[in-house]
Design a protein around this ligand. Structure first.
Ligand code: NAP
Length: 245
């Protein structure tokens, strides 16, 4: 991967990351990070390759500094530049209301959702500076807009991602653009153990567009932010109108 356009996508074995890898894989060489879902990530890579693209896979647990450094090292060894970094890896970890918060849980939520974004952005800066019109896209959440009553630590983490993105945009312009996407309820494995069918039904009823989002809906917003060269420091809501301001 020496001269092509290159995108690194974290947490791309499933859901939004996988859809983004498949979409960007038509135009970019892709570095796909995953943590535990090897079979899923191989299927993502196969679909990119069968479409004529090029994908490389790297396992790394981004909730640790060692994992972030491992991923960055792999990117440095395989690429001489990066054009796009999508900091997508994230999870709610568990649903805990304020009464149940404990230190290890709060650490885990912030390590995975916030520290990974900060560390990967910091580590990848030299590679991005060698890219062509490079940009970073971070995955925030609708939880950043209205809080997450059943998971306030997760909502706070996604608010941190949003603020971090804007801070970076101010600092890194005009060389590197930084934006975020804040998905609403998107039908991905994210909800498998967290969101029972009756809660999904309620979310659909509350959503003006009367459906859940698809991973591809978020991927296309990410692609839009990559392509539009006059947007930085922005967060795009992709939520079917669930948060109407
Ligand atoms: N789905 C929603 O409704 C929704 C709403 C708002 C925001 N978001 C945000 O959007 C992003 C993607 O969510 P999604 O719905 O696509 O989730 P998902 O379907 O559960 O996929 C999560 C991805 O993150 C990876 N990941 C998890 N822990 C990791 C770790 N420690 N190190 C590296 N990768 C890790 C997973 O990889 P492995 O499976 O290989 O471990 C997987 O590829 C997340 O940041 C999430 O917080 C989602």
């Amino acid at each position: 991967m020496k001269s092509e356009k290159i995108a690194l996508i974290t947490g791309a074995s499933k859901g939004i990351g996988a859809a983004t890898a498949r979409l960007l894989g038509k135009e970019y060489e892709i570095i796909i990070n995953y943590n535990s879902s090897q079979k899923d990530v191989e299927a993502v890579a196969d679909s990119i390759v069968s479409g004529g693209g090029n994908a490389r896979l790297i396992q790394a647990d981004l909730s640790t500094e060692a994992g972030c450094r491992k991923l960055h090292e792999f990117a440095s060894e395989n690429c001489d530049h990066l054009d796009v970094l999508v900091n997508n890896a994230g999870a709610m970890v568990a649903q805990k209301t304020v009464e149940d918060l404990d230190w290890p849980y709060m650490e885990k939520v912030f390590e995975l959702n916030v520290y990974s974004v900060m560390m990967m952005s910091r580590l990848c800066l030299p590679l991005l500076r060698k890219g062509i019109k490079p940009c970073i896209i971070n995955l925030s959440s609708i939880a950043m807009r209205h809080g997450a009553p059943r998971s306030p630590a997760y909502g706070a983490a996604k608010s941190a991602v949003d603020s971090f993105s804007r801070g970076l945009a101010g600092h890194l312009g005009p060389d590197i653009r930084v934006n975020a996407v804040a998905p609403g309820v998107i039908d991905t494995p994210f909800h498998d153990e967290l969101t029972p069918p009756e809660v999904k039904k309620t979310m659909i009823e509350k959503t003006p567009l009367k459906c859940l989002g698809k991973a591809e809906d978020v991927a296309s917003a990410i692609e839009f932010l990559i392509k539009n060269e006059f947007i930085t420091g922005e967060t795009i809501d992709v939520n079917g109108g669930l948060y109407v301001r």
